[in-house]
Design a protein around this ligand. Sequence first.
Ligand code: URA
Length: 239
Amino acid sequence: MRIDKYICDTINITRTQARRLISAGKVLADNVRVVSSALQIDENTSIVQLDGKILKYTKYIYIMMNKPKGVLSATMDRHTKTALDLLAQKDRYSDLFIAGRLDKDSTGFLLITNDGQFAHCLLAPKKHVAKTYEVTLAHDNFEGYKQAFEIGIKLEDGYVCKPAIFEAVSECKCLLKISEGKFHQIKRMFKTLGNEVIELKRVSIGKVDLDPQLKEGEYRRLTDEEYELFLNEINKNNS
Ligand code: URA
């Protein structure tokens, strides 16, 4: 690939900016100062330095965000703030999208990436990647809930949900683990049980937990370990 493209992908700058860095003599490829933006390098093996620092080629980025209430799980909206609006300019890579939406009034773990194949695999219904939600309910009588979720809740439109794992946490609070993502699923599941969801927060996707250090509206890149956990999940369900 061209060296200017490599730099653009890796540090999310424009081609013009990358060419300026090259013209200014700030870029080395395999210890040789780069003089042409068209230089071809191998993104897997070449060692590229900018201002003396080694760059790690990153075509795709993976962001964990703690979505606040009132923000849309969308890339763009004319009237309402979206999760992508919360990203700093330097993190606004092109083609970012949200892998697994949350309702406007829900909070918690939002995965944002520009890796379509990764997101597709992670979200494919046949992969059964579980998502865990912390739910605050209007009523605290949870009698029969555990079993009802285990059997599969029948929604108002007749759809029978896949078995889910219900765990009471405290008065009016529970954890619910589901492995599918129908429209307003959790709210609708509790509605059929005669309850009402007051607060909904996604606390994990697969084996990756929302970082408790992230305040609402904050985000960070996935660690290599978290990325690996997602990959394992995708591959595990291939068989
Ligand atoms: N289920 C819902 O009802 N809302 C969400 O945001 C996520 C799951």
